[in-house]
Write a protein that binds this ligand. Structure first.
Ligand SMILES: Nc1ncnc2c1ncn2[C@@H]1O[C@H](COP(=O)(O)OP(=O)(O)OP(=O)(O)O)[C@@H](O)[C@H]1O
Ligand SMILES: [Mg+2]
Length: 373
């Protein structure tokens, strides 16, 4: 991200307004040329925030030195989701001083601030436009796919490295909507997606988009286990081929990844008898263990990550974790081993891959489709 320097001129605010006139016209022309007035709106919004951030630094946190220069270096960058701030006070300031500055900026602008962190000699934080909308696009290739929008832009699930996903969210938090977005993205990239549906009502309208779909009921338990065993067999065949050609990854054979969604996992599993459960667990754990090399990816959704259903080995292999919306502390504990996460609103999720936690916004499926993306 390219940061711009904020200049501290020892002058009234009117001078800043005059100084920003050329930039305003440049943005206006660019907006008119691209027929996108959002560019201008975003610029004006960011300028307003940057001015407040500058005032905080100028009037409350720094002094002028002997030559009337401010004892502070301030930089900013922005997009429609946030203004990113880099700050360095020239006098010796400890982290608490920067934290005070970060909080003061939050109060002055009325925006949420992210945690303070070090970034190349600066202290950095971002002021979040909480009302930003998710990007209405899908993007996928054979190794990663876009699953939402975070502060810096499109957020990708790197399924080549974190092949299996756990999606958790109490009822009504958008699990099905999220899966429909995923399905849409995969379909656009001609990646096959299969589904075992433990609930049976939510996917009615998109059933045809799956390569194949099975509704799990109390009466077809054997069929459900047999359905999963097909992916186990597919995996074993891929492994045998890989061994024969002495390659370590499925894509080196020109094969595509395959996704198996198990919607409302708890509903599917809780009906099984002990014996059925053993066979099922055997298939699921093997796929979870060998899926990365063979390109068989699992996506499990449930309302709570209950350890009765998601046992040790399976759980540790579900490396991509998504907790949607307004979940409780227990959900965060089970999914991320921490309770100290704030619940989010509808359309947002905490996500973790490679131990990095982040929040994303997820588009509404109907809007995504309506945009033709
Ligand atoms: N990303 C989103 N942005 C805005 N609204 C959303 C989003 N996702 C879901 N919703 C709204 O929330 C409602 C419930 O979503 P959804 O059916 O996906 O939840 P769910 O978690 O699957 O619920 P259940 O557990 O009952 O199946 C939807 O009808 C939709 O209007
Ligand atoms: Mg649902």
């Amino acid at each position: 991200m390219k940061y711009k320097r904020v200049y501290f001129v020892f002058a009234p605010t009117s001078v800043y307004i005059i100084m920003s006139i050329p930039a305003f016209f440049m943005k206006l022309f660019s907006a008119l040329y691209k027929k996108n007035i959002e560019i201008l709106k975003r610029y004006l919004w960011a300028r307003k925030i940057v001015n407040q951030v500058r005032c905080e630094a100028e009037y409350r946190f720094t002094d002028a030195d002997r030559r009337n220069y401010r004892t502070c270096v301030l930089e900013y960058a922005y997009n429609d989701r946030a203004v990113f701030v880099h700050v360095r006070f020239r006098k010796k300031a400890d982290e608490a001083e920067y934290a005070r500055y970060q909080q003061a900026c939050g109060i002055a602008t009325g925006l949420k601030v992210t945690n303070l962190r070090k970034d190349g000699g600066y202290m950095a934080f971002a002021l979040l436009n909480d009302h930003y909308l998710p990007i209405l696009e899908t993007a996928a290739d054979d190794k990663k796919m876009m699953i939402g929008t975070n502060l810096t832009g499109a957020y990708f699930w790197d399924f080549a490295h974190n092949p299996h996903m756990l999606v958790v969210g109490p009822t009504g938090t958008g699990k099905t909507n999220f899966l429909m977005d995923l399905l849409h993205g995969l379909k656009k990239n001609q990646i096959d997606c299969y589904c075992i549906d433990g609930k049976g009502v939510d996917f009615v309208s998109v059933k045809e988009q799956f390569k194949s779909y099975l509704r799990a009921t109390p009466n077809n338990k054997e069929e459900v286990i047999a359905y999963l065993s097909v992916f186990y067999d597919m995996m074993m065949k891929r492994l045998a081929k890989m061994e024969e050609r002495a390659v370590g990854q499925y894509f080196k054979l020109g094969l595509k990844p395959v996704f198996v969604i198990i919607e409302e996992y708890t509903d599917v599993v809780m009906r099984f008898t002990k014996n059925e459960r053993e066979r099922w667990d055997n298939y699921v754990s093997s796929i979870a263990r060998l899926g990365r090399a063979t390109g068989i990816n699992l996506i499990l959704t449930l309302q709570r990550p209950d350890t009765v259903y998601i046992k040790g080995e399976l759980r540790s292999n579900l490396m991509m974790r998504v907790v949607l919306g307004n979940a409780d502390a227990m959900c965060y504990q089970m999914a991320f081993d921490t309770q100290e996460l704030e619940p989010l609103s509808l359309g947002q999720a905490w996500v973790r891959q490679n131990t990095v936690l982040d929040t994303i916004k997820i588009p509404l499926y109907e809007e995504l489709v309506a945009c033709g993306n």
